[in-house]
Design a protein around this ligand. Structure first.
Ligand code: FES
Ligand SMILES: [Fe+2]
Length: 387
């Protein structure tokens, strides 16, 4: 059941989705203090493995050394070249591609070719900028500030659940990195509602689930949806049952979707779980990165390899198609939002109440807003309480 008894207004204005100034405010107030799910441990499979990425104008490098994971600014302290420019690789020490300076796991310079020409050099005067990195199960999170909540505090009561969902026995099926021509909030809002599935995903999700099968929770840190699909009779349900039989797991016909504001979303099915991180690039473009893990059967089982192929492939085909469909419609939403003239209204249904909750969070955090739209003042009431 939904929590709201009546519709909500659209709180955020057109500017929220199109202005450079708003995005900068959002980066400063929402994103920099937050934890970002940026990798799975399996993407850094051995000591020396590294991956590079860029967020909010900061090139970063994740590096595994002595089975510890580290995050540095991918910029050399000699003359500011990017240390590594490939997406991933392996190196014993972080070594700059320009003049070959080498850094250790603390970020300290360990070797400078022709060091005598840099005299006088003092210990600790040069080094890489290091960022906070913590793990939860197989998930690697980073934080770009030196202070603020730990990952455990950020994830709160859900920390232990994610640790179990993303346990080492899970197999990394796919990493989908998708640039989308839309504001980051469009992507988050789209993931927070099941209203669009009938229209946008007729061949994948099909009809939106009934209200009776949905359970919403609205929290300080985000929101969640649980869908009971035990009544579903479809080819997809049969395939899901077959998949569980293949890997020898009991099927629980429940879908969980959890949003940790501002931009981390985690989904769980009994065979699959995935984490999505939405990164803004400009007011009208973003990147969605989805990392999906799945059960493939017991270790040393012969059919594990076959399961791995089959189950990863199903997930890949499904998520690619759903992702393409969403990306296409997101572009249209952004174009509509960018129109100089706007229609009257902007309405959020009870089914979309997670979108309203998210807009409320953004408005309060970024604009000091009170949850009211600029031009509409419809009273808001949840079952049992009015706000
Ligand atoms: S810029 Fe990196 S070694 Fe010169
Ligand atoms: Fe969708």
């Amino acid at each position: 059941m939904f929590l709201s008894t009546q519709h909500h207004p659209q709180i955020l204005s057109r500017d929220s989705y199109t202005s450079e100034e708003t995005l900068q405010k959002e980066v400063d107030t929402l994103f920099l203090p937050a934890w970002h799910a940026v990798a799975l441990k399996s993407e850094l499979p051995k000591n020396g493995s590294y991956v590079t990425l860029e967020i909010y104008g900061r090139p970063l490098i994740l590096w595994r050394c002595d089975d510890q994971f580290h995050c540095f600014l991918n910029v050399c302290s000699h003359r500011y070249s990017k240390l590594r420019s490939d997406a991933c690789g392996t190196c014993e020490r972080l070594r700059c591609q320009y003049h070959g300076w080498q850094y250790d796991e603390t970020g300290n310079v360990r070797k400078i070719p022709d060091a005598k020409s840099f005299r006088p050099l003092k210990q600790g005067m040069l080094g890489l900028k290091k960022y906070r990195l913590e793990t939860c199960g197989e998930l690697i999170f980073i934080n770009l500030t030196d202070e603020g909540p730990t990952l455990r505090e950020f994830l709160g009561d859900m920390y232990a659940t994610y640790e179990e969902w993303f346990s080492p026995e899970m197999h990394t099926a796919i990493v989908l990195n998708r640039p989308i021509q839309a504001n980051w909030k469009c992507l988050v809002e789209n993931a927070l509602e099941s209203y669009h599935t009938t229209e946008v995903h007729p061949r994948t999700f099909g009809e939106s689930p009934s209200e009776e099968d949905c359970e919403h929770k609205l929290e300080d840190w985000g929101s969640s949806l649980k869908v009971d699909f035990s009544q579903e009779k479809s080819f997809r349900a049969s395939l899901d049952t077959f998949g569980h039989w293949l890997v020898g797991r009991e099927r629980t016909p429940e879908y969980h979707h959890i949003a940790h504001y501002p931009n981390v979303m985690i989904a769980h099915l009994s065979l699959y779980r995935w984490v999505e991180c939405v990164i803004p690039v400009s007011p009208s473009s973003s990147i969605s990165v989805i990392r999906l893990m799945c059960h493939v059967g017991e270790k040393r089982q012969l059919r594990r390899l076959w399961n791995r192929y089959l189950i990863s492939r199903w997930a890949n085909d499904f998520l690619c198609q759903v992702g393409d469909e969403d990306a296409q419609v997101m572009t249209q939403v952004q174009q509509g939002l960018s129109s100089i003239d706007q229609p009257l209204g902007g309405l959020i249904s009870t089914r979309e109440e997670r979108v309203y909750h998210f807009q409320n969070y953004v408005d309060r955090a970024v604009n000091g807003g009170s949850g009211q739209p600029q031009r509409d003042t419809i009273p808001i009431s949840y079952k049992g309480k009015t706000s």
